[in-house]
Design a protein around this ligand. Structure first.
Ligand code: GLY
Length: 346
């Protein structure tokens, strides 16, 4: 078992990482929740794999209700949000009851958003079942839904009361889902934890310690900048180009982030910001963990990134690696970017 604690100004919570945690999940929940009823929100795919098991274990200590929604990003919408609230109210949820978000990023974001609004806020625990959500969205309290054609445009910062990670669930992931989660995991090493690279180099796959080392980077960043106004931007390493190629080629998110990291490394080296040795090491680890060995010319994507949400008043905040385990926020003015783009078109 490995454990981390996130300490914020108004709250703190534990992240437990334990192989086989699902076999006695109620023990952890009982430590922080004294009521006798819990409400699971999950999707149809995750329900097939884990709902019966988790429910049976929890029923030793709690009355368990559940709401199952269709899987996929399309469920992160107002209709599904209101459907979940209706179902919970029909099942007589009260403001001192607990929600359990059992699933990947969509379930975490949606359930967290319900938890932030129902009765003006009720507690929830994250139980992320994909490597991507274990590595990213389950930690740090960003919740929300898509609306008006824009991702996460309605949302709230709502920290969970606890995050429970069972690495055993990774055994049921499709290889492409696994690689996608590795994108965020490797990103954490690149921006904040050199030791993680030694573990990734020498161990055969993801284990409790690797997950803990990766999340320790997110912990540090979120503790400094809970509301995403500065330091937390470093978590966007690989995302600026990643979003552009995710949209263009349809790669899974973390896979696009991996390729986006390759592009940002090349741009960082060209600008003299990134140590070429760091670029080689990160690219080698991406190769080892099965990322496509492709890299698109970053100059061809500079126009696309101008429209990215990180474009604040004519400035793009790029994230570059300086040396392995260290990142820098590097603002570039839109006009200066156009010059670089022209260099490519000439
Ligand atoms: N996914 C980036 C963040 O939590 O800020």
């Amino acid at each position: 078992m490995k454990e981390l604690e996130i300490n914020l100004t108004h709250t703190s919570y534990r992240i437990i990482i334990e192989d086989g945690l699902f076999d006695h999940i109620g023990d952890y929940i009982k430590q922080i929740y004294k009521n006798n009823k819990v409400f699971i929100v999950t999707d149809d795919n995750v329900a097939k794999l884990y709902l019966k098991k988790v429910t049976t274990v929890l029923e030793k200590d709690f009355t368990v209700e559940s709401v199952v929604i269709p899987h996929g990003e399309a469920s992160k919408c107002l209709t599904e949000y209101s459907h979940i609230c209706e179902e919970l109210l029909k099942k007589d949820i009260r403001r001192n009851h607990l929600l359990l978000a059992l699933g990947g990023g969509v379930i975490g974001d949606l359930t967290g958003f319900v938890a932030s609004t129902l009765y003006r806020g009720i507690p929830y625990i994250g139980i992320p079942t994909s490597l991507l959500s274990q590595m990213d969205s389950s930690i740090g309290g960003k919740t929300g839904i898509d609306f008006f054609g824009r991702k996460n445009i309605l949302g709230a910062f709502k920290q969970p009361s606890m995050v429970l990670i069972d690495p055993k669930v990774l055994n049921t992931l499709e290889p492409s889902e696994y690689i996608s989660g590795m994108g965020e995991l490797i990103k954490h090493g690149a921006i904040g934890n050199k030791k993680l690279f030694d573990l990734l180099d020498t161990r055969p796959g993801v284990d409790e310690e690797i997950i803990k080392e990766s999340l320790s980077v997110k912990k540090k960043v979120v503790e400094i900048d809970e509301f995403d106004t500065g330091e937390r931007m470093k978590l966007n390493f690989g995302h600026t180009f990643g979003h552009a190629i995710e949209l263009k080629y349809g790669y899974k998110h973390g896979v696009a982030v991996g390729i986006g990291m390759r592009m940002a490394l090349t741009m960082g080296v060209d600008l003299g910001v990134t140590d070429p040795l760091a670029k080689d090491t990160i690219n080698r680890i991406l190769d080892k963990y099965g990322f496509p060995q492709v890299e698109y010319d970053y100059k061809e994507y500079l126009a696309d990134v101008v429209y990215d949400k990180k474009n604040i008043a004519g400035t793009i905040n790029f994230i570059f690696i300086t040396k392995l385990g260290e990142a820098v926020i590097y603002p570039i003015r839109e006009d200066d970017l156009k010059e670089k783009e022209n260099e490519c078109n000439n």
